[in-house]
Write a protein that binds this ligand. Sequence first.
Ligand SMILES: *[C@@H]1O[C@H](CO)[C@@H](O)[C@H](O)[C@H]1NC(C)=O
Ligand SMILES: *[C@@H]1O[C@H](CO)[C@@H](O)[C@H](O)[C@H]1NC(C)=O
Ligand SMILES: *[C@@H]1O[C@H](CO)[C@@H](O)[C@H](O)[C@H]1NC(C)=O
Ligand SMILES: *[C@@H]1O[C@H](CO)[C@@H](O)[C@H](O)[C@H]1NC(C)=O
Length: 468
Amino acid sequence: MSCSLFFLFLRILLLLCFSFSSFSSAATNKNLQASNTNMDPHETETLFNIMETLSSDQNWRVSHPNPCKPGSSWIGIECKNTGHDNLVHVSRLDFGIPPNPSCKNTATFPSEIFRLPHLESVFFIQCFTRTKTTISLPPQFSTSSLQQLSMRSNSELVGLIPSQLSSLKSLQILTLSQNLLTGSIPAEIFSLDSLLHLDLSYNMLTGIIPAQVGNLKSLVGLDLSYNKLTGIIPNTIGQLGMLQKLDLSSNELTGSIPESIQTLRSLVFIALSSNKLRGFFPEGVSKLQTLQYFIMDDNPMFTSLPSELGELQKLQELRLANSGYTGTIPSTYSKLSNLSTLSLQNNQLTGEIPVSFGSLSHIYHLNLSRNFLAGVVPFNPSFLNRLGKNLDLSGNPGLCLIPSDANGSKSNILGVNVCGNNNKSAGSLIKPWKMSEAHQHGITTKSSFFLVSTMIPVALLNHLFLYI
Ligand SMILES: *[C@@H]1O[C@H](CO)[C@@H](O)[C@H](O)[C@H]1NC(C)=O
Ligand SMILES: *[C@@H]1O[C@H](CO)[C@@H](O)[C@H](O)[C@H]1NC(C)=O
Ligand SMILES: *[C@@H]1O[C@H](CO)[C@@H](O)[C@H](O)[C@H]1NC(C)=O
Ligand SMILES: *[C@@H]1O[C@H](CO)[C@@H](O)[C@H](O)[C@H]1NC(C)=O
């Protein structure tokens, strides 16, 4: 449920970004109104060629003879007067989805973009979707100004990531997400030391994560999720001191979390779900004091839950489901006062739910289902009401609820027996337990408030990392 909300916010943010980008484009062209709008004829011709490779509007050359002229210019083009000469230059191209020009069915990757010497940013979103094409660079090219290259959701963009991309020395944002790129990640990419964001997610990349990844000292966001990467998480990842977001989920990574991860002191979001990572949490994980999201479902961990995670004061989401965890739930987790989501379902956890969990004042989603937890559920009625359907304790035959807590329909939703109701499954496991103990952690009901307040950080986080 929080997941679908997450994606809803993602979509809203995307929309905001698009409206903002078209707005800023219009504004820049307006600034040119008073000044000269002459272009270098070579640059104009290159631009016409790019247009003809991509656009379904084939009259463009005739209808827009002066592409940078305000009012006559095409949405999706931004021009700049660099001040060095008396000319305007194309600084941004944006193709694919409205309001930008759509790409024709036969559109292929226009390597001539690399011949526009003042181009700073390029966006091809849902552009190459009918005709197979590959990313290619001309043998010689002049542009060293390119700061952002973003190609997303191009279902016919296939082939390798060319190692020649490493000659784009000014590149800060490289997004090649949701295409059909294959082969391994060329290690040369990691010589682009201006890179702030590298997103190669949702492709079919194979091979290892090159150790050279540690060279990207300025990197803020690294997303290699949803590929077929193998091998270990290189220890050099610990050199990325500026890194805020690390997403390696849904690959085939093996080994364990590298010890060096403790040096990522700016990390806010880490996702390692759906890999083949095993056992062992480095003790130093407690040093990640800026961490807000720790997402690591679906790995064959088969170890005990690391109590160190209880030291991560800023943690808002902790997901460790479907990973074969054994032993008890560390009571240190109840120190996570900002925790809104805790997912520990489908493990092999035993023992009781820590009594102190009742004092998790920001918790909104708690899933402990399908474990071997036993004993009395230590939550009072206001806690149970606050979480409502977002509390899942089902599939723990040894758990039971005290009748007064279970009053109303909630006990059905929880899928937990009322203590004493079933002599076989619960009765023998119930230990004597004082009611006052459970009720001393009274919390007021503010579920709608918590829903809103926990979503805001997620939205902000996405805003930070969305470079489309
Ligand atoms: C808890 O979260 C709120 C907002 O999400 C933030 O203002 C506050 O600083 C956080 N507290 C800690 C201890 O991180
Ligand atoms: C808890 O996890 C189980 C198993 O993954 C899932 O089926 C269930 O919907 C989850 N419950 C809640 C309330 O999210
Ligand atoms: C359950 O709630 C009803 C009102 O909803 C109340 O009359 C009843 O006394 C409660 N039972 C217990 C055991 O608290
Ligand atoms: C539990 O079992 C005892 C006898 O073993 C029986 O007298 C009692 O009624 C049972 N309680 C319930 C709630 O089934």
